[in-house]
Write a protein that binds this ligand. Structure first.
Ligand code: JFZ
Length: 452
């Protein structure tokens, strides 16, 4: 014992036990505090699971809810284009009778997508599953069917990984302190503790009932949500199912970079192709049209843009979560389903260069992008600018063969300084993206990224 400076020797035993207990409590609270600031590595999603997720490369995002009756943006049009009073009553006429979970999942599958993420609850607070913790849910709409549950089943049946989007902020929930992001005078105190309790109950329902492969959080940027809540919820989810993958919008901080505020397993750049990153897993979420939720006559991306968006995300070593907003009757627009099918047709020819392939070693640009697997580099050529294409050298590496994927040999030279020249035919074989396979004498995955 080192606690010997007692004034009253007769009480020294009692005093020192008090000190020991006191110090232990102090220690415990300090370690709890440190623990609360940091996720312990044994509960973090394993690298093997994250690698499996990143190998999938292409998923479907679906933004759906009563707002499809207005054709305005989900969540964000409440209190803007649609008065809150009107918005909050739309569910009373929400009846997507032509919803067919198998048809949605088939559209994803035909597109070559490997996972699907549905908005179970967006910022407007409406729950697309029959939750016991809020009456503002699908069971109280005329439709009365569990859209989330039917999708989970259809995904399992068709071999698509089922994932769930869940917003943190909820402008409809009376316990959440912010009710109108456009007018702060409309906001009240709220009760965040009660709100987070309900949120955890809802998440438990979701995780236990639907067994999602991944949870896509959102709405993390407002003040009432803190990193401490995020850590608590991460640990809570992992206690229910340790294998659920969780995106970084559960925590605070930036969507596309890691910081001390981050909580979650991967980065989520939005409406843009993420920057090349061989270290941290990432997924770009991008809309097939312009709005997340369905919008009549919305402008749709060309097939070329769709394919090159997917190729460039893969080439940066990321995934693409490509968004569709179904119509109020429950169907996806035929033109969008057709566009997705065209992407699937391209992928059925060139999928080997996307699924399970890493990005790099070249940085993607407007003319070409690259992916790699084992001893192969897949060079995606978007445009024929000249009769030949010069590539930065690959130090110490020999190209042994080059050929168009599923096609003819491609002439190439690698001179003494190791400069690479690829001779292109007068017309590229695929106007969307032509894939040249370059076989190397070494493993392509170990080449450091070449800053061209
Ligand atoms: C968020 C959502 O708000 C959006 O509706 C959609 O679900 C997307 C996938 O994720 O996107 C954002 C996030 C933050 C802002 C705008 C859109 N913001 O702070 O202006």
């Amino acid at each position: 014992m080192t606690f010997s400076l007692q004034k009253k020797p007769s009480n020294s035993l009692r005093d020192s036990s008090i000190i020991v207990v006191g110090i232990s409590i102090l220690f415990l609270s300090v370690s709890c505090f440190v623990y609360a600031q940091q996720l312990s590595s044994d509960i973090k999603t394993s690298k093997a699971l994250m690698d499996g997720f990143m190998d999938k490369r292409f998923g479907m995002f679906i933004h759906f809810g009563p707002v499809s009756l207005r054709g305005t943006e989900i969540g964000w049009s409440r209190n803007k284009e649609v008065p809150a009073e009107e918005y909050d009553n739309l569910y009373k006429e929400f009846n997507p009778v032509l919803f067919n979970a198998n048809a949605w999942v088939k559209a994803a599958k035909d597109a070559g997508m490997k996972y699907l993420t549905i908005t179970s609850k967006h910022h407007d607070g409406f729950c697309l599953w029959p939750t016991s913790f809020s009456t503002y849910n699908i069971i109280n709409s005329p439709y009365k069917r569990d859209i989330v549950g039917e999708l989970a089943k259809a995904c399992n049946k068709q071999g698509i990984a089922f994932c769930i989007y869940f917003t943190v902020l909820d402008w409809h929930d009376p316990d959440y302190p912010i009710h109108n992001p456009y007018d702060s005078t409309k906001n009240v105190q709220g009760d965040m503790k009660a709100f987070v309790r309900r949120m955890k109950n809802e998440l438990k329902e979701i995780v236990v009932r639907y067994r999602p492969y991944m949870l896509w959080f959102d709405g993390n940027w407002e003040k009432p949500w803190t990193k401490e809540y995020a850590i608590d919820v991460y640990q809570f989810i992992k206690s229910l199912d340790k294998d659920v993958i969780i995106n970084n919008r559960l925590g605070k901080g930036d969507q596309d970079s890691l910081s001390t505020e981050s909580v979650g397993d991967y980065l989520t750049p939005e409406q843009r192709i993420g920057t090349m990153n061989m270290k941290d897993p990432w997924e770009s979420c991008i809309t097939i049209c312009s709005q997340w939720a369905w919008k009549p006559n919305d402008s749709m991306k060309s097939l070329k843009e769709c394919i090159q968006t997917l190729v460039k995300t893969s080439a940066g070593n990321g995934n693409l979560l490509f968004n569709v907003g179904p119509m109020m009757d429950g169907r996806m627009e035929a033109r969008q389903v057709e566009r997705l099918k065209e992407m699937g047709d391209w992928l059925s020819k060139y999928g080997n260069s996307i699924y399970g392939a890493k990005g790099g070693p070249y940085l993607p640009n407007e003319i070409y992008a690259a992916t790699r697997k084992d001893n192969r580099i897949y060079l995606h050529v978007f445009e024929r600018k000249a009769a030949s294409l010069e590539l930065p050298s690959l130090p110490g590496i020999k190209i042994t063969r080059a050929y168009f994927m599923n096609g003819k040999a491609v002439p190439f030279t690698q001179d003494k300084e190791e400069h690479i020249r690829i001779d292109l035919p007068p017309v590229l074989p695929d106007e969307l993206s032509s894939v040249i396979v370059m076989e190397l004498d070494k493993n392509a995955e170990r080449i450091p990224v070449i800053k061209n």
